[in-house]
Design a protein around this ligand. Structure first.
Ligand SMILES: [Zn+2]
Length: 176
């Protein structure tokens, strides 16, 4: 996995690794990934989500057994897990990625806000249209992982992070 992998490739791979998608056609997953990325672009260009105006709390406790929790949103505040952020900074250093601690924090906060504020029904509506165009089956409800892709893309735009959050996520999933 290199920094040259496109977000579309990375997002398609993320969907492939998400339960319920293991056996879907790659064209379907790529189409959904494209819709989710475009939705993230649109959210970041708009003014609906203000990433500069949220309470941020920092604490340890994000690194668990085989799990890395970077941030969480709860009751109007984002909690950043400093031990997890350090792990990601180490990863970035090891990979030679231009990722600053500050941009990583901004990305983590923006990611959580995007989850909290994005319009899941609108995203599903767009994903459903893609499914109807592409194949005989219809999507009902929800495409697992699509909101995650939109949140990553939104966070990338709003944070100025030097590499795609999707690339970081893929590297973390590989156990770097
Ligand atoms: Zn997320």
């Amino acid at each position: 996995m290199s920094a040259g992998s496109s977000d579309l490739d990375l997002a398609t791979r993320l969907l492939r690794a998400t339960p319920t998608h293991e056996h879907r056609a790659v064209e379907q997953l790529r189409a959904w990934a494209g819709v989710a990325l475009a939705y993230g672009d649109e959210l970041a260009a708009g003014a609906d989500i203000d990433t500069g105006d949220v309470r941020v709390v920092e604490r340890e406790g994000g690194v668990g057994d085989g799990e890395l929790l970077l941030a969480e949103y709860s009751r109007g505040a984002v909690t950043l897990y400093t031990d997890s952020l350090r792990r990601v900074e180490e990863l970035a250093r090891a990979k030679g990625w231009p990722v600053t601690g500050e941009s990583l924090r901004r990305a983590a906060v923006a990611h959580e806000l995007a989850h909290h504020r994005l319009d899941v029904r609108e995203l599903n509506r767009r994903l459903g249209h893609t499914a109807a165009r592409l194949g005989p089956f219809r999507v009902r409800g929800h495409v697992a992982g699509a909101d995650e892709i939109a949140a990553h893309r939104f966070a990338h735009h709003r944070s100025g992070l030097g590499v795609s959050p999707l690339l970081i996520t893929a590297a973390l999933a590989e156990g770097y």
